[in-house]
Design a protein around this ligand. Structure first.
Ligand SMILES: Cc1cc2nc3c(=O)[nH]c(=O)nc-3n(C[C@H](O)[C@H](O)[C@H](O)COP(=O)(O)OP(=O)(O)OC[C@H]3O[C@@H](n4cnc5c(N)ncnc54)[C@H](O)[C@@H]3O)c2cc1C
Length: 261
């Protein structure tokens, strides 16, 4: 039996005030609850933020899509506005986990957790996202620091994730057959003056493959990267896929994503 104090926060200010080095925010609970049940984590205070209305919802305006932190994956997947503005983002959300996970898991929880195989971090990098917290705005390329590590401080709460609407984009992933986390996922987004190629699942943290991005910025065609050979150095290797396999899949998926744009 685990003991902890449960708090249902009414607003962001209250949630932030309750936070300490021995607390956790409860959004969908899809990472926190399994890690507590398995004994990987233990908290004195669980601060439920699901009831904070200002943290949920989707707004499309001009050049950006803003998604509230506690918006569930299923809401992003089904949103007509997201499907119209950034279809690849809705498709990414539709491919997360299973219906149970999509009906509870949230975008803010996913990026705060920064799992090296999670899908949303790649969308944040590819779509030049800005992460709005209760204290500041953080560009996606500064947010995903290393495995399960972000610059979020104690009491800092993600409020909104703001995505730039690209000209074209597509996400390809090879899902783990059990969890659907990305064994390798590649998100290509063509913006007005540059292309991003965000890779998840392959290394200890999501990253923008600058070489692929540069080649595709020069010419947005899958043939531009035909001659690329991606080094497997530093890539994950496990029972699902070797480092060499992952390296090869990045190129395969980058080409597929460009062709699908
Ligand atoms: C079986 C299974 C399969 C899954 N498959 C996939 C998959 O295919 N792809 C994928 O990307 N993910 C997958 N996930 C992860 C899932 O998508 C969840 O989004 C993710 O686990 C965390 O989101 P959550 O809302 O449940 O966060 P929680 O578990 O509630 O919280 C996780 C962490 O984020 C922090 N946090 C939450 N919200 C905020 C906030 N607004 N501000 C600051 N910190 C916050 C909490 O303090 C905690 O440390 C899977 C999970 C499970 C259990």
């Amino acid at each position: 039996m685990k003991t902890f104090n449960y708090h249902s926060a009414k607003n962001v200010k209250e949630a932030s005030k309750l936070a300490s080095s021995n607390s956790v925010f409860l959004a969908g609970g899809m990472s926190t609850i399994p890690s507590m049940k398995l004994g990987f984590a233990n908290y004195r205070d669980i601060i439920d933020i699901k009831g904070i209305k200002s943290l949920s919802g989707i707004k499309v305006s001009g050049k950006t899509v803003k998604i509230g932190a506690t918006t569930k994956h299923v809401e992003v997947a089904n949103s007509k506005d997201v499907k119209k503005a950034i279809p690849s983002l809705a498709a990414l959300a539709e491919g997360i986990g299973d219906p149970q996970v999509r009906n509870r898991g949230t975008i803010g929880g996913s990026i705060a957790n920064n799992d090296p195989s999670a899908d949303y971090p790649s969308a944040c990098i590819a779509l030049n996202a800005v992460i709005h917290t209760n204290n500041r705005k953080i560009d996606a390329d500064k947010f995903f620091k290393s495995m399960f590590e972000t610059p979020l401080k104690s009491g800092e709460i993600i409020e909104v994730i703001e995505f730039a609407i690209p000209e074209k984009s597509n996400y390809q992933k090879y899902p783990n057959p059990a969890s659907r986390y990305a064994i390798v996922g590649v998100y290509v987004a063509k913006h007005k003056s540059s292309v991003n190629v965000a890779v998840t699942g392959a290394k200890s943290c999501v990253y923008n493959d600058k070489d692929l991005a540069k080649a595709l910025t020069s010419k947005f065609s899958s043939s531009s990267i035909d001659n690329f050979s991606i080094s497997s150095s530093g890539m994950n290797s496990d029972i699902h896929a070797s480092a060499e396999y992952r390296a090869n899949m990045i190129k395969v998926f980058a080409k597929k994503a460009v062709d699908a744009c």
